[in-house]
Ligand binder design. Structure first.
Ligand code: GLU
Length: 262
């Protein structure tokens, strides 16, 4: 099965642990590789929306804050600093491959307020028609509570996929996919390549991501539930080597595939 054949519009989510070194600084080699692969997919006719984390971590590294922030105010300040750093790098790399990027910062209210939702939908549509690559993050600097926050970019990417009426959501993470038990503690854990029923496996998934990333498997499963119920399939893949996407492009299977419900 070629998962990309019927996928004209893809949302690709990439997490902090994939985009940054353990020092918190941006992993430029990996980001450049990711941009090259996404540019290639774009050149093949696909429309790409990138949901990128990494702003808080990049901000911390840039100002030499010394530790990952714990208070909301510190996180918001670091996000404001890091987001522009992140976009500067994406803009540079995507420009090298001949593509134009556009920053879209989202809060949850955008989805719950009909006029704002329609505006966001139109903006994405217009940008994609113009062959731009929208790069999306949560508007961390002004999102503070349940009303405004998505609760991490795994969830944000699912809502963005719905909003853009994407054909596929790719979640690039620091794990190979979903396992039948925790691979960090069980060496015999095996990768599940295809999931039809998310509820049945939800109870067994681990919650904790890394300190710098906020993901964890539960958030990814919640994201998978949101999109698959809306008819959009999703992959969890290891983003360590972004060229893994070529395997899918060439008709192979990697990671965990969540089938769409309708
Ligand atoms: N929006 C956060 C950032 O850019 C990341 C949130 C997440 O990784 O889920 O740092």
């Amino acid at each position: 099965m070629n998962y990309f054949r019927d996928s004209r519009r893809m949302v690709v989510k990439v997490g902090t642990s994939t985009l940054t070194h353990s020092t918190g600084h941006l992993n430029l080699r990996r980001i450049e590789k990711l941009v090259k692969v996404l540019s290639d997919l774009h050149n093949s006719g696909m429309q790409i929306v990138l949901v990128s984390s990494g702003a808080v971590s990049a901000g911390v590294a840039k100002v030499g804050f010394g530790k990952f922030p714990t208070s909301p105010e510190e996180k918001q300040a670091m996000a404001a600093i890091g987001q522009s750093e992140l976009m500067k790098i994406y803009d540079r790399f995507f420009s090298d491959y001949g593509h134009t990027v556009a920053q879209v910062l989202m809060t949850k209210e955008v989805l719950t307020t009909p006029e704002r939702r329609a505006a966001a939908e139109n903006t994405f549509e217009r940008l994609l028609q113009m062959r731009c690559v929208p790069i999306v993050n949560e508007n961390d600097s002004v999102s503070t509570d349940e009303l405004t926050k998505f609760g991490g970019n795994d969830i944000l990417s699912a809502y963005v996929a719905k909003l853009c009426k994407a054909d596929l959501l790719l979640n690039l993470s620091d794990v190979d996919g979903l396992y039948d038990s925790d691979p960090r503690t069980n060496p015999d854990a095996s990768l599940i390549s295809r999931v039809e029923n998310i509820d049945a496996i939800m109870s067994g998934a681990g919650d904790a991501g890394t300190e710098r990333g906020t993901g964890g498997m539960i958030a990814k499963l919640k994201a998978a539930k949101i999109v698959t119920e809306d008819g959009i399939p999703m992959f969890i893949l290891n983003g360590h080597d972004p060229e893994i996407l070529y395997a899918l492009m060439d008709g192979g299977h990697v990671g965990t595939y969540f089938t769409a419900k309708k």
